[in-house]
Design a protein around this ligand. Structure first.
Ligand code: AQP
Length: 327
């Protein structure tokens, strides 16, 4: 069976972009792959976090993994900082990556924009992400397409090390969905939907109340011609909403365009509110059942033990191939 690895940062509540770009794939893959899903808390601290909130968000994200359908009997679910191999391998990879390639990463450029000085961790974030992936001999990485550049870097580092030392790593492939791979912000459809954006109406979180969902969708930026038509370049707002509607309802974009021919954005948005509220209701219900349960903690502890066993084997191989340590 091919091995799958992916993760989500506990930087806030998971939104529709995270769900449609990544988590939906997590669930689809777990029946015929060996899946390892992580809550990447060490990535979260590349920007300042309140410690109490971070702990809460770790458990929120873990509960949401299970609520959307990740099954701990089929998949390993754990918290990144509970497995020391991530930090260990990250250093080895740091020594085999270059400041030039890291400074070309668009996420670093975006997140450090307008800052006088950026934390080193924010700069080397993609190396830690490469370590997360390579630590588990991962074949497939299901992610949104904002992560394409980071996956390419991970592959480059793995190939570089395999060529320089004994073959040490499996070279992974990214898995990107056609629809949902990039859900845009509702208030500015030229930017991706993001957990940490200031405006809460820029995103729909999986745990939002129906009244909040309604407000965010009704306020969503569209255009002035009032025609429900998919055209990312000229009509990015309505195209983004059509994309969300299509993925959640199972209707194709042309079917939706036909359904709303001659109708305005108001009708379209009202129906979209219903579709989103209906899709998120069962997720919210399962989340409430599991979030404060002992079972959740047990699942994460068990996941960390299973992940650590795989990580230790990889680190043994890495240390041998690099001549590190004496064991
Ligand atoms: N807008 C998006 N559309 C599709 N996929 C997305 N992903 C993120 N945003 C979108 C995918 O979700 C997974 C988890 O992302 P992450 O939490 O590790 O980090 P991120 O990409 O930086 O997500 P956010 O929401 O924008 O978080 P913040 O605001 O903290 O930076 C990844 O697979 C990502 O591709």
């Amino acid at each position: 069976m091919k091995r799958v690895f992916s993760g989500v940062q506990p930087t806030g509540n998971i939104h529709l972009g995270n769900y449609l770009g990544a988590l939906k794939q997590f669930v689809e893959l777990q029946d015929d792959h060996e899946c390892i899903y992580c809550i990447v808390d060490m990535h979260a601290i590349t920007v300042p976090q309140d410690p109490k909130e971070l702990r809460d968000h770790i458990l929120d994200v873990a509960a949401l993994y299970l609520a959307v359908g990740v099954d701990p009997k089929k998949s390993i679910v754990f918290v990144q900082s509970d497995v020391p191999g991530h930090a260990e391998l990250s250093w080895v990879l740091t020594c085999n990556s270059y400041t030039g390639e890291l400074s070309r990463m668009t996420q670093f450029k975006d997140k450090s924009k307008n800052k006088e000085s950026a934390p080193t961790g924010l700069f080397s974030y993609p190396v830690l992400m490469a370590a997360d992936i390579l630590l588990y001999d991962t074949d497939i990485v299901p992610v949104g397409n904002d992560q394409k550049q980071h996956i390419e870097l991970c592959r480059d580092i793995a190939i570089r090390i395999n060529n320089k030392y004994k073959k040490t790593f499996v070279v992974p492939d990214g898995r990107f969905l056609k629809e949902g791979a990039r859900i845009m912000a509702l208030d500015d459809p030229t930017k991706k939907m993001s957990k940490s954006a200031e405006n809460i109406h820029s995103r729909i979180s999986l745990l939002d109340e129906p009244s909040k969902i309604k407000k965010s969708i009704m306020k969503a930026t569209t255009d002035s011609d009032g025609v429900v038509r998919f055209d990312v370049e000229n009509k990015p707002g309505i195209s983004n909403l059509l994309n969300i509607y299509s993925v959640l309802s199972g209707m194709t974009v042309p079917e939706l365009e036909a359904k709303y021919e001659g109708k305005g954005y108001g009708d379209f948005k009202k129906d979209l509110v219903e579709v989103v509220v209906e899709a998120l209701a069962p997720i919210k219900e399962r989340y409430e059942q599991i979030r404060h349960s002992d079972e959740l903690i047990e699942i994460l502890k068990d996941g960390a033990v299973r992940a650590d066993a795989i990580a230790k084997q990889t680190m043994k191989r890495v240390k041998e191939n690099f001549g590190l340590g004496i064991e």
